[in-house]
Design a protein around this ligand. Structure first.
Ligand code: GN1
Ligand code: MG
Length: 540
């Protein structure tokens, strides 16, 4: 086998002078640099599967909301979670090995991690619509074949579909079965759950969905075939930006990242005052928005989806007579708007936990609740239910028809929500369900609280690694003295809050600021950015 691995590795040489790092979202960069990385991640997937007794590992080839010429790769653990943290370092180690050392490093990891040589490795994989995908799949397959790994190529999928299939594969035939192991099984599960959750409810007008010209377009079109028709119990969906044939339009002037960062609708959107939402390139983020005749463009971001879901599920738990038994909480990052945090704590009366950036941290913290709602402000998130919550929804004997209804809706939600990872298609159906139950237009949703004006700035510095944080990234410990300068600036603004941290996906430091007015938020952000720029070191 060593000779096979060495021979295959030599077909995928590592670019000299490149250092790779498994970051917040796996490896991500210009696609033409990724060939060796993908090959080596294939080796890691095989090791990970064997370490876990032959359970199936998922591999997704995507660069999400990044431009079409980028690509990336990430690993999915057996229950559909992100790769365990310690394995990011092993992936990084193998990705950076010299070509001639690949086999040695592979065997050394096997040795150090006490991996059984005889265990059969199993992997499933998929990719998004980027033109570089098929070539990278070839590199992945070479690694899987050289290591004798059993594999299934699911071709084009959204990232959350691959997470779903990974969990289904590993739970097939067990009491914890997560669903049928097929793309069709995914659509059927979502569609059936949606029909149950929507029973007797009506959607108010259509929703326009911008698919970022990514894999979400064809997959949403597929899902539509399974969804109930008509406004009662169904949803009228208008799809835009679903062109996957022209590579250059992917995420271009459209998609969830465009809408969130530019704080405006895609230029192609003609929805008028109707509600709209945007997916990102691999359909794991979702952002809603609408045009308010009185106030213009209104963004309903991940914080809004989290508050909507938490309030709805909290109400249902109360109606079902379960609120005493279940701990419901919301997990956010420092990028969550301060007004949303206050609304959750003060108005909804629910606890909020703040974690570092990156969904793996949020997901982990959310599992500590019976109902853990987590969303990044950029629209990536989901809801996870504990075994105790699932059991309570199944076994509680209703004492009234209202309790029975609430319990049935809760059960439907546990099926509708993709609990493995944030899923734009599933989250969209969740939002549509909640708005229907509440008979809300986006305007009522928007009125629940008022966002503090905020600004996110990207600052290019000499060395972003100089910036070290604590307290869920809300405070800098290094470079020394910088936090004191930020504190002094923040103190001058009403409702001011600001923090700086090194990005995990780009070579830059991000500065976030919010304050009582737009001009103050902008002013605070630019002053903190200036401090960061000045203290950011010189390029090596
Ligand atoms: C402010 C922001 O939106 N940061 C994003 C971005 O991380 P950075 O580490 O900030 O580059 O990409 C991550 C992966 O997609 C996502 O999890 C995160 O929320
Ligand atoms: Mg994404």
């Amino acid at each position: 086998m060593d000779a096979n691995i060495a021979a295959a590795a030599s077909k995928h040489p590592k670019p000299i002078d490149r250092v790779f790092q498994y970051g917040t979202a796996g490896f991500r960069m210009k696609a033409n640099l990724l060939d060796s990385v993908v090959f080596r991640v294939g080796l890691v997937a095989a090791l990970r599967s064997r370490k876990l007794g032959g359970q199936t590992i998922g591999v997704m080839i995507t660069a999400s909301h990044n431009p079409p010429e980028d690509n990336g790769i990430k690993l999915v653990d057996p229950m559909g979670e992100m790769l365990e943290n310690s394995w990011e370092a092993y992936s990084t180690e193998l990705a950076n090995a010299k070509d001639e050392d690949v086999v040695t490093v592979y065997r050394s990891l096997e040795e150090r991690l006490k991996i059984n040589k005889d265990e059969q490795a199993r992997v499933i994989f998929a990719r998004d619509t980027r033109p570089s995908g098929p070539k990278l799949v070839t590199a992945l397959v070479h690694a899987l074949e050289a290591t004798g790994t059993e594999y299934t190529d699911y071709k084009l999928l959204t990232t959350p579909q691959l997470h779903y299939l990974t969990r289904c594969t590993n739970t097939e035939g067990t009491p914890q079965s997560y669903g049928e192991v097929s793309e069709k099984g995914y659509y059927e599960k979502l569609a059936q759950a949606f029909a149950r959750a929507m029973k007797g409810k009506k959607t108010v007008g259509p929703v326009t969905i911008d698919c970022a010209n990514g894999v979400g377009g064809p997959k949403l079109a597929e899902l539509l075939k399974f969804l109930p028709k008509g406004s009662t119990g169904g949803v009228e969906i208008k799809i835009i930006n679903d062109d996957v044939l022209k590579a250059e339009v992917l995420n271009h002037d459209c998609g969830a990242d465009f809408v969130k960062t530019k704080q405006r609708a895609p230029p192609s959107s003609k929805a008028g005052n109707e509600r709209c939402c945007s997916l990102d390139g691999d359909a794991d983020r979702l952002i809603y928005y609408f045009n308010d005749p009185d106030h213009g463009f209104r963004l309903l971001d991940g914080d809004r989806i989290a508050t909507l879901a938490a309030s709805f599920i909290g109400d249902l738990a109360r109606e079902a007579g379960l609120s005493q038994d279940l701990k419901i909480g919301v997990v956010q990052t420092a990028y969550a708007n301060g007004a949303s945090t206050k609304y959750i704590e003060k108005t909804l009366g629910l606890p909020v936990v703040c974690t570092p950036t990156g969904v793996k941290w949020l997901h982990h913290a959310a599992t500590k609740f019976d109902v853990g709602v987590y969303f990044e402000a950029n629209g990536h998130g989901t809801v996870v239910f504990s075994q105790q919550a699932l059991k309570a929804f199944q076994t509680k004997v209703p004492e009234s028809p209202a309790q029975a209804n609430a319990l049935e809706t809760l059960r439907a939600l546990t099926e509708l929500i993709n609990q493995t990872v944030g899923d734009a298609l599933s989250d969209m159906l969740l939002v549509e369900t909640i708005l229907s139950h509440k008979a809300w237009t986006p305007k009522e949703w928007d009125l629940t609280y008022t966002d503090l004006p905020n600004r996110l700035v990207r600052v290019e510095v000499g060395d972003r690694n100089l910036f070290k944080t604590t307290d869920a990234e809300r405070k800098l410990v290094e470079p020394q003295g910088v936090q004191a300068q930020i504190d002094a600036l923040v103190a001058k603004y009403k409702d001011g809050r600001s923090f700086a941290r090194a990005s995990g996906t780009e070579d830059a430091v991000r500065v976030y600021a919010e304050a009582a007015t737009r001009s103050e938020a902008d002013d605070l952000a630019s002053k903190v950015a200036a401090v960061v720029k000045q203290e950011g070191g010189v390029k090596a």
